[in-house]
Design a protein around this ligand. Sequence first.
Ligand code: AMP
Length: 280
Amino acid sequence: MIIFKKPDDISAFLEKKNLQGLSTGFVPTMGALHTGHIYLLQECRRENDCSIVSIFVNPTQFNNKEDFEKYPITVEQDIYMLEASGCDVLFLPGRNEIYPPGYSAEYYELGRMETILEGEFRPGHYQGVCQVVDRLLDIIKPSKMYLGLKDYQQCIVLSRMATSKSIPVLLRLCETVREPDGLAKSSRNMRLSPAARETAAYIYQVLNNIKHSFGKVNQQELIRSGIAMLQDQGFQVDYLSIADAKTLNPATEKQPASELVVLIAATIGGVRLIDNLLLG
Ligand code: AMP
Protein backbone atom coordinates (compact mmCIF):
# COMPACT_ATOMS: atom_id res chain seq x y z
CA MET A 1 0.00 0.00 0.00
CA ILE A 2 1.31 3.44 -0.92
CA ILE A 3 0.58 6.27 1.50
CA PHE A 4 0.23 9.82 0.20
CA LYS A 5 -0.07 12.95 2.31
CA LYS A 6 0.12 15.64 -0.36
CA PRO A 7 -2.76 16.25 -2.81
CA ASP A 8 -0.41 16.97 -5.75
CA ASP A 9 1.43 13.68 -5.24
CA ILE A 10 -1.67 11.47 -5.12
CA SER A 11 -3.28 13.38 -8.03
CA ALA A 12 -0.20 12.81 -10.21
CA PHE A 13 -0.06 9.11 -9.25
CA LEU A 14 -3.76 8.55 -10.00
CA GLU A 15 -3.69 10.52 -13.21
CA LYS A 16 -1.21 7.95 -14.53
CA LYS A 17 -3.63 5.16 -13.58
CA ASN A 18 -6.44 6.95 -15.41
CA LEU A 19 -4.27 7.42 -18.50
CA GLN A 20 -3.52 3.69 -18.45
CA GLY A 21 -7.29 3.11 -18.60
CA LEU A 22 -7.41 1.63 -15.08
CA SER A 23 -10.52 2.11 -12.95
CA THR A 24 -10.14 3.74 -9.55
CA GLY A 25 -12.49 3.22 -6.59
CA PHE A 26 -12.52 5.52 -3.58
CA VAL A 27 -13.66 5.02 0.02
CA PRO A 28 -13.67 8.25 2.09
CA THR A 29 -13.43 7.70 5.85
CA MET A 30 -12.60 9.47 9.08
CA GLY A 31 -10.51 6.55 10.31
CA ALA A 32 -10.97 4.48 13.49
CA LEU A 33 -11.64 1.76 10.95
CA HIS A 34 -13.87 -1.25 11.57
CA THR A 35 -15.28 -4.05 9.46
CA GLY A 36 -17.96 -1.70 8.05
CA HIS A 37 -15.24 0.37 6.39
CA ILE A 38 -13.40 -2.78 5.32
CA TYR A 39 -16.57 -4.07 3.63
CA LEU A 40 -16.66 -0.87 1.55
CA LEU A 41 -13.01 -1.45 0.66
CA GLN A 42 -13.74 -5.06 -0.35
CA GLU A 43 -16.55 -3.92 -2.66
CA CYS A 44 -14.21 -1.27 -4.04
CA ARG A 45 -11.42 -3.79 -4.69
CA ARG A 46 -13.84 -6.20 -6.36
CA GLU A 47 -14.97 -3.58 -8.86
CA ASN A 48 -11.83 -1.55 -9.56
CA ASP A 49 -8.21 -1.93 -10.65
CA CYS A 50 -7.00 0.46 -7.97
CA SER A 51 -8.54 1.02 -4.51
CA ILE A 52 -8.04 4.26 -2.59
CA VAL A 53 -9.06 4.94 1.01
CA SER A 54 -8.79 8.36 2.63
CA ILE A 55 -8.56 9.04 6.36
CA PHE A 56 -9.31 12.59 7.39
CA VAL A 57 -11.27 13.69 10.45
CA ASN A 58 -12.99 16.64 8.85
CA PRO A 59 -13.38 19.49 11.36
CA THR A 60 -15.95 21.36 9.26
CA GLN A 61 -18.60 18.66 9.58
CA PHE A 62 -18.65 18.68 13.38
CA ASN A 63 -21.22 21.07 14.75
CA ASN A 64 -20.13 20.07 18.26
CA LYS A 65 -16.52 20.88 19.25
CA GLU A 66 -16.45 18.21 21.96
CA ASP A 67 -17.60 15.53 19.50
CA PHE A 68 -14.70 16.50 17.20
CA GLU A 69 -12.18 16.46 20.04
CA LYS A 70 -13.39 13.08 21.25
CA TYR A 71 -13.37 11.49 17.79
CA PRO A 72 -11.19 8.36 18.05
CA ILE A 73 -7.84 8.44 16.23
CA THR A 74 -6.23 5.04 15.60
CA VAL A 75 -4.06 5.71 12.53
CA GLU A 76 -1.45 3.00 13.10
CA GLN A 77 -4.08 0.32 13.57
CA ASP A 78 -5.98 1.68 10.54
CA ILE A 79 -2.88 1.40 8.35
CA TYR A 80 -2.37 -2.17 9.51
CA MET A 81 -6.02 -3.06 8.73
CA LEU A 82 -5.92 -1.45 5.30
CA GLU A 83 -2.67 -3.16 4.38
CA ALA A 84 -4.00 -6.53 5.57
CA SER A 85 -7.16 -5.96 3.51
CA GLY A 86 -5.31 -5.29 0.25
CA CYS A 87 -5.85 -1.55 -0.07
CA ASP A 88 -3.67 -0.09 -2.84
CA VAL A 89 -3.49 3.57 -1.84
CA LEU A 90 -4.10 5.46 1.41
CA PHE A 91 -4.58 9.23 1.31
CA LEU A 92 -3.75 10.67 4.72
CA PRO A 93 -3.84 14.45 4.40
CA GLY A 94 -3.52 17.01 7.17
CA ARG A 95 -5.91 19.91 7.65
CA ASN A 96 -3.75 22.29 5.58
CA GLU A 97 -3.76 19.91 2.64
CA ILE A 98 -7.56 19.77 2.51
CA TYR A 99 -8.17 23.39 3.48
CA PRO A 100 -5.02 25.26 2.40
CA PRO A 101 -4.59 28.91 3.31
CA GLY A 102 -6.87 30.91 1.03
CA TYR A 103 -9.40 28.05 0.64
CA SER A 104 -12.87 29.50 0.64
CA ALA A 105 -15.78 27.23 1.33
CA GLU A 106 -18.42 26.90 -1.34
CA TYR A 107 -22.09 26.97 -0.35
CA TYR A 108 -24.00 23.84 -1.36
CA GLU A 109 -27.68 24.14 -2.12
CA LEU A 110 -29.12 21.17 -0.22
CA GLY A 111 -32.70 22.34 0.22
CA ARG A 112 -34.76 20.58 2.89
CA MET A 113 -32.10 17.89 3.43
CA GLU A 114 -30.23 20.43 5.48
CA THR A 115 -33.07 21.15 7.87
CA ILE A 116 -34.54 17.70 8.52
CA LEU A 117 -33.36 14.74 10.63
CA GLU A 118 -29.53 14.93 10.90
CA GLY A 119 -29.69 18.36 9.27
CA GLU A 120 -31.95 19.64 12.03
CA PHE A 121 -29.91 18.21 14.89
CA ARG A 122 -26.48 18.93 13.39
CA PRO A 123 -26.65 22.40 11.83
CA GLY A 124 -23.95 22.90 9.19
CA HIS A 125 -23.01 19.19 9.21
CA TYR A 126 -23.92 18.51 5.59
CA GLN A 127 -22.23 21.67 4.30
CA GLY A 128 -19.04 20.31 5.94
CA VAL A 129 -19.58 16.82 4.48
CA CYS A 130 -20.06 18.28 0.99
CA GLN A 131 -16.99 20.50 1.33
CA VAL A 132 -14.67 17.66 2.25
CA VAL A 133 -16.04 15.14 -0.24
CA ASP A 134 -16.05 17.72 -3.05
CA ARG A 135 -12.41 18.49 -2.27
CA LEU A 136 -11.44 14.80 -2.04
CA LEU A 137 -13.20 13.99 -5.32
CA ASP A 138 -11.38 16.87 -6.98
CA ILE A 139 -8.02 15.50 -5.79
CA ILE A 140 -8.68 11.80 -6.43
CA LYS A 141 -11.08 11.88 -9.40
CA PRO A 142 -12.21 8.25 -8.90
CA SER A 143 -14.43 6.29 -11.28
CA LYS A 144 -16.57 5.12 -8.33
CA MET A 145 -17.04 6.23 -4.73
CA TYR A 146 -18.19 3.80 -2.01
CA LEU A 147 -20.53 5.02 0.73
CA GLY A 148 -22.29 3.19 3.56
CA LEU A 149 -26.07 3.16 3.79
CA LYS A 150 -25.56 3.40 7.56
CA ASP A 151 -25.34 7.16 6.89
CA TYR A 152 -28.49 7.10 4.78
CA GLN A 153 -29.16 10.83 4.59
CA GLN A 154 -25.50 11.45 3.77
CA CYS A 155 -25.84 9.14 0.74
CA ILE A 156 -28.75 11.25 -0.53
CA VAL A 157 -26.92 14.54 0.14
CA LEU A 158 -23.73 13.42 -1.62
CA SER A 159 -25.60 11.98 -4.54
CA ARG A 160 -27.35 15.36 -4.99
CA MET A 161 -24.07 17.22 -4.61
CA ALA A 162 -22.35 15.08 -7.27
CA THR A 163 -25.28 15.47 -9.65
CA SER A 164 -25.66 19.22 -9.16
CA LYS A 165 -21.93 19.77 -9.77
CA SER A 166 -21.85 17.24 -12.64
CA ILE A 167 -18.99 15.36 -10.97
CA PRO A 168 -18.29 12.28 -13.13
CA VAL A 169 -18.31 9.67 -10.35
CA LEU A 170 -20.58 6.69 -9.84
CA LEU A 171 -21.82 6.28 -6.27
CA ARG A 172 -21.99 2.77 -4.88
CA LEU A 173 -24.13 2.53 -1.75
CA CYS A 174 -23.22 -0.43 0.46
CA GLU A 175 -25.18 -2.35 3.09
CA THR A 176 -24.67 -1.63 6.79
CA VAL A 177 -22.36 -4.05 8.58
CA ARG A 178 -23.59 -4.98 12.05
CA GLU A 179 -22.42 -6.61 15.27
CA PRO A 180 -23.95 -10.03 16.02
CA ASP A 181 -26.62 -8.34 18.20
CA GLY A 182 -27.55 -5.97 15.36
CA LEU A 183 -25.77 -2.81 16.49
CA ALA A 184 -24.43 -1.02 13.40
CA LYS A 185 -20.63 -0.92 13.41
CA SER A 186 -19.47 2.61 14.10
CA SER A 187 -16.27 4.32 15.14
CA ARG A 188 -18.30 5.86 17.95
CA ASN A 189 -19.14 2.45 19.46
CA MET A 190 -15.70 2.29 21.09
CA ARG A 191 -16.78 5.19 23.32
CA LEU A 192 -19.69 3.18 24.77
CA SER A 193 -19.36 1.81 28.32
CA PRO A 194 -20.05 -1.96 28.58
CA ALA A 195 -23.57 -1.23 29.91
CA ALA A 196 -24.34 1.35 27.20
CA ARG A 197 -22.91 -0.99 24.56
CA GLU A 198 -25.38 -3.68 25.60
CA THR A 199 -28.33 -1.28 25.58
CA ALA A 200 -27.28 0.20 22.21
CA ALA A 201 -28.54 -2.93 20.43
CA TYR A 202 -32.13 -1.82 21.19
CA ILE A 203 -31.91 0.63 18.28
CA TYR A 204 -31.79 -2.26 15.81
CA GLN A 205 -34.50 -4.09 17.73
CA VAL A 206 -36.82 -1.06 17.40
CA LEU A 207 -36.01 -0.73 13.68
CA ASN A 208 -36.89 -4.40 13.21
CA ASN A 209 -40.07 -4.19 15.31
CA ILE A 210 -41.26 -1.37 13.07
CA LYS A 211 -40.38 -3.32 9.93
CA HIS A 212 -42.30 -6.37 11.11
CA SER A 213 -45.32 -4.49 12.43
CA PHE A 214 -45.57 -2.14 9.46
CA GLY A 215 -49.00 -2.33 7.84
CA LYS A 216 -50.49 -4.05 10.92
CA VAL A 217 -50.21 -1.08 13.29
CA ASN A 218 -50.69 2.56 12.32
CA GLN A 219 -47.54 4.55 11.67
CA GLN A 220 -47.99 7.12 14.44
CA GLU A 221 -48.42 4.30 16.95
CA LEU A 222 -45.29 2.56 15.62
CA ILE A 223 -43.31 5.78 16.05
CA ARG A 224 -44.74 6.47 19.50
CA SER A 225 -44.07 2.97 20.83
CA GLY A 226 -40.59 2.89 19.26
CA ILE A 227 -39.61 6.13 20.98
CA ALA A 228 -41.12 4.92 24.27
CA MET A 229 -39.14 1.67 24.11
CA LEU A 230 -35.87 3.55 23.54
CA GLN A 231 -36.61 6.06 26.29
CA ASP A 232 -37.45 3.22 28.70
CA GLN A 233 -33.94 1.87 28.07
CA GLY A 234 -32.39 5.26 28.89
CA PHE A 235 -31.91 6.67 25.38
CA GLN A 236 -32.41 10.32 24.62
CA VAL A 237 -34.13 10.19 21.22
CA ASP A 238 -33.45 12.97 18.69
CA TYR A 239 -35.78 11.47 16.09
CA LEU A 240 -37.48 8.31 14.97
CA SER A 241 -38.92 8.84 11.51
CA ILE A 242 -40.70 6.64 9.00
CA ALA A 243 -39.88 8.43 5.77
CA ASP A 244 -39.96 8.29 2.01
CA ALA A 245 -36.69 6.55 1.05
CA LYS A 246 -35.92 9.07 -1.72
CA THR A 247 -36.96 12.42 -0.22
CA LEU A 248 -36.94 11.58 3.53
CA ASN A 249 -40.29 13.37 3.84
CA PRO A 250 -42.52 11.77 6.50
CA ALA A 251 -44.35 8.77 5.02
CA THR A 252 -47.99 9.12 4.18
CA GLU A 253 -50.36 6.42 5.52
CA LYS A 254 -50.91 5.22 1.93
CA GLN A 255 -47.25 4.64 1.01
CA PRO A 256 -46.19 0.99 0.65
CA ALA A 257 -43.30 -0.39 2.71
CA SER A 258 -41.20 -0.71 -0.46
CA GLU A 259 -40.91 3.10 -0.65
CA LEU A 260 -39.97 3.69 2.97
CA VAL A 261 -37.06 3.82 5.39
CA VAL A 262 -37.04 4.10 9.20
CA LEU A 263 -34.35 6.34 10.65
CA ILE A 264 -33.29 6.75 14.27
CA ALA A 265 -30.85 9.04 16.07
CA ALA A 266 -30.50 8.52 19.81
CA THR A 267 -27.92 9.05 22.52
CA ILE A 268 -26.97 6.47 25.14
CA GLY A 269 -24.26 6.97 27.77
CA GLY A 270 -23.24 10.26 26.13
CA VAL A 271 -22.70 8.68 22.67
CA ARG A 272 -24.98 9.69 19.81
CA LEU A 273 -25.80 6.81 17.46
CA ILE A 274 -27.67 6.75 14.15
CA ASP A 275 -29.12 3.83 12.25
CA ASN A 276 -31.79 3.05 9.69
CA LEU A 277 -33.59 0.19 7.99
CA LEU A 278 -35.32 0.04 4.62
CA LEU A 279 -38.84 -1.31 5.08
CA GLY A 280 -39.01 -2.88 1.63
P1 AMP B 1 -16.96 7.39 8.72
O1 AMP B 1 -15.52 7.06 8.85
O2 AMP B 1 -17.77 7.02 9.90
O3 AMP B 1 -17.19 8.78 8.21
O4 AMP B 1 -17.52 6.44 7.57
C1 AMP B 1 -16.89 6.31 6.32
C2 AMP B 1 -17.80 5.52 5.42
O5 AMP B 1 -18.03 4.23 5.98
C3 AMP B 1 -19.18 6.18 5.23
O6 AMP B 1 -19.58 6.03 3.88
C4 AMP B 1 -20.04 5.38 6.16
O7 AMP B 1 -21.39 5.36 5.78
C5 AMP B 1 -19.41 3.99 6.03
N1 AMP B 1 -19.78 3.17 7.19
C6 AMP B 1 -19.68 3.52 8.49
N2 AMP B 1 -20.16 2.53 9.27
C7 AMP B 1 -20.56 1.54 8.44
C8 AMP B 1 -21.14 0.26 8.63
N3 AMP B 1 -21.44 -0.21 9.85
N4 AMP B 1 -21.42 -0.50 7.54
C9 AMP B 1 -21.14 -0.04 6.30
N5 AMP B 1 -20.60 1.17 6.04
C10 AMP B 1 -20.31 1.95 7.10
